[in-house]
Design a protein around this ligand. Structure first.
Ligand code: ADP
Length: 379
């Protein structure tokens, strides 16, 4: 039986705001997305009133879950401070579980916590969460994130991949995964196991176009839920494929996800390096250590004769890394087999494990692993 948006609105008509107004008339609902039994929406309230709304969010979620045919209900309470309203402390719950208020940083400068982990509790069972980020799209961030995850796997680590590129989730295409995650007894989503990785993407749940229209606060809530309401099991490293760019959504993510470090992907072109610099500045702002820069599409390697051409004037990222005092992790060539394998769902580290590209990704993985060694060993 397929669930309709009207059914969801009908039950929300019976849930009351703290002032006793039916939720559908309280002017707080985002658009309600219903997709194959999965329901997503957010309740957007003033931060000063957030605490009073938590029980309403819980009641709304319970009511939606009770609709026959609903398999997942992702209902986020998002709090935006209205101009002129007093500062509100986030409810204690926001640090404990994913359904709490996720304060939105869009209209205020991020705090500078003493440690990157101080603002968000770590995720039980996961030793280190790292971000793979880029200053702009199309530089091969997702391809690198997946192959880096596989490189870490080859080093004997237990690895997960979270596709947080909510505006354009490409992990379903890169991995060839088209199944939907199941729920476990605790109603947590079970990540898909493929290539020895635990993998989760919003693209497993909704169509790409649906994700594209989400507002900033919903993006954050969905990602928080994918981090904390997924049964990841025990992992040494969870690689998070970030949305490209350095806008508010990315900054909020970098601030709210308990990151141990970030890897920045850049191409050699100057423009991309400028963007990469913005990425570095963003992580610095929120005190997340940059584990290093990777130069992707660094040089062209002819698939026929193996000749190397530096078509983009390669080496810029290495120089930039030296100048900025961050580690340079490696150069990945622009190569047909990387493109072909990533676009056919058979990532090169897995499908050509003895090839030259796999060893490049493994070497990058080793440099990342070395920097996380202490955390992994401690866990
Ligand atoms: P992003 O996540 O930055 O948007 P993707 O990882 O989706 O980028 O890559 C964009 C396109 O570039 C894809 O078609 C991918 O296969 C290709 N690509 C990425 N890295 C390489 C590479 N080193 N050599 C050849 N093609 C690549």
């Amino acid at each position: 039986m397929s669930v309709t948006q009207q059914q969801v609105l009908d039950v929300l008509g019976k849930v009351k705001s703290p002032d006793g107004v039916a939720l559908i008339h309280a002017n707080v609902l985002s658009s309600v997305t219903v997709n194959d039994g999965k329901v997503f929406f957010s309740i957007n309230v003033d931060a000063a009133e957030a605490r009073a709304w938590e029980s309403v969010r819980a009641a709304a979620e319970a009511a939606v879950r009770a609709i026959p045919g609903v398999t997942t209900a992702m209902i986020a309470l998002t709090a935006e401070r209205k101009p002129g309203s007093p500062a509100a402390a986030p409810p204690a719950a926001s640090h404990r579980h994913s359904h709490g208020v996720q304060p939105v940083s869009a209209h205020r400068p991020p705090q500078s916590p003493a440690s990157p982990m101080s603002k968000q509790s770590e995720i039980p069972g996961i030793a280190a969460v790292i971000a793979v980020a880029s200053g702009k799209g199309g530089v091969g961030k997702s391809t690198t994130a997946l192959n880096l995850a596989l490189g870490l796997r080859d080093l004997g680590l237990r690895v997960g991949l979270l596709d947080a590129d909510i505006y354009g989730p490409s992990v379903p295409r890169l991995t060839g995964i088209h199944e939907k995650p199941q729920l476990d007894d605790n109603r947590k989503m079970i990540p898909i196991q493929r290539f020895g990785l635990a993998i989760m993407s919003i693209g497993f749940l909704v169509e790409e176009e649906t994700a594209m229209i989400w507002r900033g606060p919903m993006v954050m809530s969905a990602i928080t839920q994918m981090l904390r309401d997924v049964a990841w099991g025990t992992l040494d490293v969870l690689v998070v494929d970030m949305p490209p760019g350095t806008g508010d959504a990315q900054l909020t993510l970098a601030q709210n996800v308990p990151l141990r470090g970030a890897v920045i992907i850049s191409t050699p072109q100057d423009l991309s390096l400028i963007d990469a610099r913005r990425g570095l500045a963003m992580f610095k702002k929120v005190n997340v250590p940059v584990l290093g820069i990777v130069e992707n599409m660094s040089y062209f390697q002819c698939p026929e004769c193996g000749t190397r051409s530096d078509i983009f004037g390669h080496g810029g990222a290495r120089l930039e890394a030296e100048r900025l005092g961050v580690p340079f992790l490696g150069e990945i060539p622009l190569h047909m087999s990387i493109r072909a394998t990533s676009d056919s769902g058979t990532p090169v580290v897995d499908s050509e494990p003895d090839g030259p590209h796999a060893s490049i990704y493994r070497a990058i993985g080793a440099k990342v692993r070395d920097q996380l060694q202490g955390v992994i060993a401690a866990a």
